[in-house]
Design a binder for this molecule. Structure first.
Ligand code: AHR
Length: 323
C-alpha cells in the first residue's frame, strides 16, 4: 500500500525527463538540432502522401529534427498536436489546417509561448495575421478558375445546357471553399452551365466513388464531373464504369492535383483535364523554418508555381512524375 505514491512519483519524474529529452533546451532537441513540430491533415489522398514524404525527406536533408503527427482529418487532433508541440518547446510549428476556421485560441497560445507558426498548403480565415509568420502553398481560387476556363473552352460551342456534378473536398477546408468559388466565378458568365449536384467526397477515393454512384442514380443527365481532387475523380471513374458509361466520353472529367494515377487516367482518355496543385513543399518549408527560427523576416505569402495537363502533357510528364 505504502509503495503506490512512490511509484507515481518515479513515473512522474521519468515522464518529465522524457519530455525534456524530446523538446527541452529551448527547442533544440537532444543533439542541439532545430526542432520543427508539424501537424499534418491526414493521409486522405495521393497528394497528401507525396506532401508528407516531401516534408519528412526535406527535414532530414536540412538537419531539422521533425516531430510529425497525422490528425486523421480531425481539427481536434491537430489542435492537440499543436498544444503538445508548445509543451515540448519546439522551435517552430508548421501545419496544414484541416479546415479554415477555429484556430485563433491555439495560435494565440503558440504566440504567447514565443513559438513562430508557418501555415503550409492550407490557410486559416483568422483576421489576425500576427498569429502566423507566413503561408506557403497554392492559390486554390486560381486552380478552380483554371478548371472553369477549361470547361468554358471545351463546351463553349455546345448547344443546350451543360449539366455539371461537383465533388467537393473536405467541408470547410480552404481548397474546397476556394476551388468551388474559382470554378463558380468563371462558369457564372454563361447560363448554360448548370451545377445540378454538388456534395463533399472528403478528398478520398472511396467517398468520391460513393457520392458519384448517388449522383448517377439521382441525375438524369450528367455531362461533366468537376472533382476538387484527383482521388475523388479516380473513385468516380469506378462508379461511372460500373454504371455502364464511359468516363472521359459520356461524362467529361476535370480534376485538381496531378498525381501519377490521374495523369495515367488522363493519358488513357478517362480524365479530360487536370489542374496541378504542387505537394512538394518540403524544401521551401525547411528554408522558411530556418529563417523564422533565426528571427529573419519572411514574405507573408509564398505561392507555388503550377501548371495544367491535357492528354499530351500528361503523356510527356508521366515518365518523370515523382508521385
Ligand atoms: O490541400 C490540398 C488538397 O488536400 C489536395 O488537393 C487534396 O488532394 C488533399 O487532400
Amino acid at each position: 500500500m505504502a509503495r503506490k505514491p512512490w511509484t507515481a512519483i518515479v513515473a512522474g519524474v521519468a515522464g518529465l525527463l522524457l519530455l525534456s529529452a524530446c523538446g527541452g533546451g529551448g527547442g533544440t532537441g537532444g543533439g542541439g538540432a532545430l526542432t520543427l513540430g508539424f501537424a499534418q491533415v491526414g493521409a486522405e489522398s495521393g497528394w497528401r502522401t507525396a506532401n508528407t514524404k516531401s516534408i519528412q525527406e526535406s527535414a532530414k536533408a536540412a538537419g531539422i529534427e521533425l516531430k510529425f503527427s497525422d490528425a486523421q482529418q480531425k481539427q481536434e487532433n491537430q489542435i492537440a498536436a499543436i498544444r503538445s508541440y508548445i509543451q515540448q518547446k519546439v522551435k517552430v510549428i508548421a501545419f496544414s489546417p484541416v479546415v479554415e476556421s477555429g484556430w485563433d485560441t491555439v495560435l494565440k497560445e503558440a504566440k504567447t509561448a514565443n513559438i513562430p507558426v508557418i501555415l503550409t498548403d492550407r490557410a486559416v480565415d483568422s483576421p489576425d495575421k500576427s498569429l502566423y509568420k507566413t503561408f506557403l502553398g497554392s492559390d486554390f481560387v486560381a486552380e478552380g478558375k483554371k478548371a472553369g476556363e477549361w470547361l468554358a473552352k471545351e463546351f463553349g460551342s455546345a448547344a443546350g445546357d451543360v449539366s455539371i456534378v461537383e465533388l467537393q473536398g473536405t467541408t470547410g477546408s480552404a481548397p474546397a471553399n476556394d476551388r468551388k468559388k474559382g470554378f463558380a466565378d468563371v462558369i457564372a458568365s454563361n447560363p448554360k452551365f448548370k451545377v445540378v449536384a454538388s456534395q463533399t467526397g472528403e478528398f478520398t477515393r472511396a467517398k468520391g466513388k460513393e457520392v458519384m454512384e448517388a449522383f448517377l442514380k439521382s441525375q438524369p443527365k450528367i455531362d461533366v464531373l468537376y472533382a476538387h481532387n484527383d482521388d475523388m475523380a479516380l473513385g468516380a471513374i469506378e462508379a461511372i464504369e460500373a454504371a455502364g458509361k464511359v468516363p472521359g466520353k459520356d461524362i467529361k472529367i476535370v480534376s485538381v492535383d496531378g498525381v501519377r494515377d490521374a495523369l495515367q487516367a488522363l493519358a488513357d482518355g478517362k480524365i479530360n483535364h487536370v489542374v496541378e496543385c504542387n505537394p512538394l513543399l518540403g524544401p521551401q518549408l525547411m528554408d522558411l523554418v530556418k529563417k523564422v527560427a533565426a528571427g529573419e523576416q519572411v514574405p507573408p505569402r509564398i505561392e507555388t508555381t503550377e501548371t495544367e495537363f491535357d492528354q499530351a502533357a500528361a503523356k510527356a510528364a508521366l515518365p518523370q512524375r515523382q508521385y
